[in-house]
Design a protein around this ligand. Structure first.
Ligand code: AVJ
Length: 325
């Protein structure tokens, strides 16, 4: 029999547009301030497609490494967590999700799956697909933003929150601390977090992973300007911006930049504003933090999440940490 699917929505369609307007006003329109946009605007339909392509690039190792860890240790994760509920932040129908669900099913504990994502269309589809593949699984999808709606995660059972892919690296240290604290606050003792983190490694490999030779990451980065053109009626010419993603040693993160190749003024009719770029001026579109293992453990501990076990791939490129409250 087909599994029941429930969808709970905390984000209305207009919310994203309003958030984008506010962010562009603060991040682009304030003269004399370094320009910045949050990475979430990179993922429209085209952007998600491009990211998918990135995960298959020879230089982009994180996705493959995390999959390697899950292939080897999903059973250990199911056992060590003892969870009956898998809550996945972002994604929700990926191969990685299935590896975890299968392991929980084999362990005999699997009861409920809670995919959590900002995109309602994507989430509904993912929820239906998973429900069709796991008879008897209760699927409760939640449409929300993990920086705002963590408090709305459904309760009950013994829950494991999976935050994979290294997406935690998109949060800066203070944002990360807030995220961990909010998540921990909502958990009961014995419940926890499965966290995927990319690890520090030599800068040549980091550079190659974010500045690939096929130019897919550059295309992914410039696509955000097309998003602004569509959503704000802006007239960005994406070809006049260069992609560069250097590793910032001091902050321990790779940052994606769009660099204006000339002095130019861009119109933002929907906001009734103009944005000026000097030649060489930088717009930062993403930070992607790279971690030391002890750092991950310390940050989790500070939020009251105790590291139970962690696994790395054979090359030591990526880690999965299991921490319980
Ligand atoms: C999906 C956030 C984990 O930071 O590596 C890939 C996004 N940016 N290439 C990452 C990304 C440029 C990716 N995350």
């Amino acid at each position: 029999e087909r599994s029941p699917v429930r969808v709970e929505v905390h984000v209305r369609p207009g919310d994203a547009r309003r958030a984008l307007h506010l962010e562009v006003l603060a991040g682009l329109c304030e003269e004399g301030r370094p320009k910045e946009l949050s990475p979430k605007w990179l993922y429209d339909e085209r952007g998600s497609q491009l990211f998918d392509e990135i995960t298959r690039l020879p230089e982009y190792y994180p996705t493959r490494r995390e999959r390697e860890i899950l292939l080897a240790h999903a059973g250990d994760i199911a056992r060590a967590s003892g969870a009956d509920t898998l809550m996945e932040l972002g994604s929700g129908s990926s191969e990685k999700t299935r590896l975890l669900l299968n392991a929980m099913r084999r362990a005999g504990t699997l009861r409920r799956f809670v995919p959590f994502d900002v995109s309602e269309t994507f989430l509904r589809q993912a929820a239906q697909t998973v429900a069709g593949e796991y008879p008897g699984l209760y699927v409760h999808a939640v449409v929300g933003d993990f920086e705002r709606h963590l408090g709305r995660l459904p309760t009950g059972g013994r829950r494991l929150v999976a935050f994979l892919g290294g997406t935690i690296g998109n949060l800066k240290p203070a944002e990360r601390a807030r995220f961990y604290a909010e998540l921990a606050e909502g958990l009961e003792p014995g419940e926890g977090l499965l966290l995927g983190t990319d690890l520090l490694k030599d800068r040549e490999r980091l550079f190659a992973a974010y500045n690939d030779s096929a130019g897919v990451t550059a295309e992914f980065n410039r696509n955000v300007l097309k998003v602004l053109n569509r959503e704000l009626g802006a007239d960005f010419e994406p070809e006049t911006f260069e992609h560069l993603a250097p590793f910032d040693e001091e902050n321990g993160w790779v940052e994606m930049r769009l660099i204006s190749t000339r002095a130019q003024t861009v119109r933002l009719p929907v906001l009734e504003r103009y944005v000026n770029f000097a030649e060489g001026e930088v717009l930062r579109t993403e930070v992607s933090c790279k971690f030391r293992l002890e750092q991950v453990e310390e940050e989790l501990a500070r939020a009251g999440l105790r590291l139970v076990e962690r696994w790395t791939d054979a090359a030591g490129d990526f880690a999965l940490s299991l921490a319980l409250k």
